[in-house]
Write a protein that binds this ligand. Structure first.
Ligand SMILES: Nc1nc2c(c(=O)[nH]1)N[C@H]1C(S)=C(S)[C@@H](COP(=O)(O)O)O[C@H]1N2
Ligand SMILES: [Mo]
Length: 348
């Protein structure tokens, strides 16, 4: 395996990304007016170390452990020859929105200071993990499936790896090799990654090399030291607008955004253009997929110049609504509070 010179291989132009060390956040204005999916060239990247360059001719996926009857390895061609499924699914970092603990609540958490751009929706194609596990004779005693990445070890913790409970593994998880109609780009896990719908991004291990099926609960730094007890993602919303966007005073403008939740469909989105004094229900448009996001819009005719705080608050089918503040979280995960997005209404 070779190592590239930069931690991320794809171009990270300043108008599409904000770079945070080895990771890069999508700027939400990069989604403005686009279709349902996040194009690969603007999908966020979260790397613990650096994107590895993997030679697919020698790469193998090892599936083994006490929880399977017939351990074996799969080549890339073997996986691609198996029956495939296609899922439209969001991938979101657990730390998405962490910055707002500091900027809105004055109680920051250490770690990458993501705004809301640590999310994207792609069309993933691959083999259902259930099918792969059945192929190797998964036992009824199986408890966890440990997914191990082939990227360089992270500090003193070894390879990035996280156990996935067998119930989720046998439900809707994909062993993906395609993203938006093309082979996975190197930064997103080429040749193969997991895609774990509704769960924090760390569950979706990239550059997959091994799946170890256990008959006892497994522990790695990624479910103890980092990301303990985090599975599904809460409700969030974002405007497809630059931070501090300039909005001309004259005329009516369509403000667009998207809302999502790891627990299910979004059923309602309300928007405030006056910092939360009054709220209006937004119109939905386009697809409405439970494991991805809901695009919406509202019309807005600003009446005077100056700075305005735009707010969007969504509710999902479980009844969970975005609160105005979120209690402190030691790792800065799960920031689901309404984000106050500043725009400047200017004379045109
Ligand atoms: N092997 C490996 N898998 C990984 C990571 C990593 O650093 N190494 N980062 C995880 C985290 S924290 C997130 S949020 C997602 C990000 O996926 P993306 O870079 O394709 O957007 O990948 C996850 N899978
Ligand atoms: Mo993440």
């Amino acid at each position: 395996m070779r190592q590239a010179t930069a931690p991320i291989i794809k171009p990270l132009p300043d108008h599409l990304f904000r770079v945070h060390g080895n990771s890069a956040e999508m700027r939400w204005e990069a989604m403005a007016g686009l279709g349902y999916h996040t194009p690969n060239d603007r999908f966020f990247v979260r790397n613990h170390t650096s994107t590895p360059l993997i030679d697919v001719t020698t790469w193998r996926l090892q599936v083994h452990g006490p929880g399977v009857r017939r351990p074996r390895e799969f080549t890339y061609d073997e996986l691609r020859a198996m029956p495939s499924r296609t899922y439209d699914v969001a991938l979101e970092c657990a730390g998405n929105g962490r910055r707002f603990y500091r900027t809105q609540q004055h109680d920051g958490a250490p770690g990458t200071q993501w705004g809301l751009g640590g999310i994207g929706v792609a069309r993933w194609r691959g083999v259902p993990l259930k099918q792969l596990l059945e192929e190797v004779g998964v036992l009824p005693e199986a408890v966890d499936v440990l997914a191990i990445g082939l990227d360089a070890p992270f500090e003193e913790h070894g390879h990035v790896r996280r156990p996935l409970p067998i119930d989720k593994a046998m439900d809707d998880v994909l062993v993906a090799y395609e993203m938006n109609g093309v082979p996975l780009p190197p930064d997103h896990g080429f040749p193969v990654r997991l895609v774990v719908p509704g769960w924090v991004g760390i569950a979706s291990i990239k550059w997959l090399g091994e799946l170890e099926v256990s008959t006892v609960p497994l522990f790695t730094p990624w479910n103890t030291v980092f990301y303990p007890d985090v599975t599904t993602q809460p409700v969030k919303s974002a405007f497809e607008l630059a931070w501090n966007a300039r909005v001309p005073l004259s005329g009516t403008r369509t403000l667009r955004g998207r809302s999502w939740s790891g627990q299910g469909r979004i059923v309602r989105v309300e928007v405030s253009m006056d910092g939360g004094l009054t709220w209006r229900v937004a119109e939905h448009h386009g697809h409405h997929l439970a494991k991805a996001w809901l695009p919406w819009h509202v019309e807005w005719t600003p009446r005077h110049t100056g700075t305005r705080l735009l707010m969007a608050r969504a509710t999902d089918e479980t009844g969970a609504t975005q609160p105005l503040t979120r209690p402190r979280h030691p790792f800065g995960y799960h920031f689901d509070a309404v984000v106050r997005h500043p725009v400047h209404v200017v004379l045109d």
